[in-house]
Design a protein around this ligand. Structure first.
Ligand code: FMN
Length: 187
């Protein structure tokens, strides 16, 4: 709880300092540099990621597996179940240039078995977000964030991981306002 409050406090203070000390032109340059990074299998998380990119003007990066997962739901679920029980993580494509140029990283994933998708686990175990603020967003079929935020913190112990936001796959069409309200609460 203290960590969450301190992340929110840091963001508030940073934004306040920027707004108070700079002219409008300088403000644009000094606003936090934002990256939206996500994995999506069937498109729901991609939809939210693209809206976040449009609303924040940030950069975007898609995590992709080297071998695509099966398209059929039941086959996919069985494959992921086996991966999880064996502890084998999927390989992902290289190409991520690192987080050094960014202040704020929105990290998106579908909820898979109560946590982030396994390609996102691979991504986090290969990257270093020390000192960065990670804001998780999760699309799901009813479980909400479940243990996603905690599991991101475990994989990136030196990052500031914000509380995160869950989007139900059943109400994505109305997500634009939900995202705008959510952003307004801390940007
Ligand atoms: C392997 C697998 C596991 C899933 N596990 C959960 C789950 O535990 N809880 C849940 O609410 N939804 C679960 N879902 C549903 C997805 O989280 C949901 O459809 C999500 O929006 C898909 O995002 P995407 O279109 O970006 O891939 C699961 C889907 C798959 C394929």
């Amino acid at each position: 709880m203290r960590k969450i409050l301190s992340v929110a406090f840091i963001l508030l203070v940073l934004t306040g300092i920027i707004l108070a000390q700079t002219s409008p032109n300088e403000r644009k340059e000094k606003m936090p540099k934002i990256l939206v990074v996500y994995y999506s299998h069937s498109g729901n998380t991609r939809e939210i990621a693209n809206k976040l990119k449009d609303l924040t003007g940030g950069d975007i990066f898609e995590i992709q597996t080297t071998t695509p997962y099966p398209a059929e739901y039941s086959v996919l679920v069985e494959q992921v179940r086996k991966e999880k029980s064996s502890g084998v993580k999927p390989k992902i494509k290289s190409g991520f240039a690192g987080s050094k140029d960014y202040d704020l990283v929105f990290l998106g994933s579908p909820c898979w078995f109560g946590t982030i998708a396994t390609p996102v686990e691979t991504f986090l175990s290969e990257q270093d977000f020390s000192g960065k603020t990670i804001v998780p967003f999760i699309t799901h079929g009813g479980s909400g964030l479940s243990s996603s935020v905690r599991d991101i913190s475990v994989l990136q112990p030196s990052a500031n991981v914000a509380p995160g936001k869950a989007f139900s796959r059943g109400s994505l069409s109305s997500a634009q306002k939900e995202i705008a309200d959510w952003l307004a609460s801390f940007l």
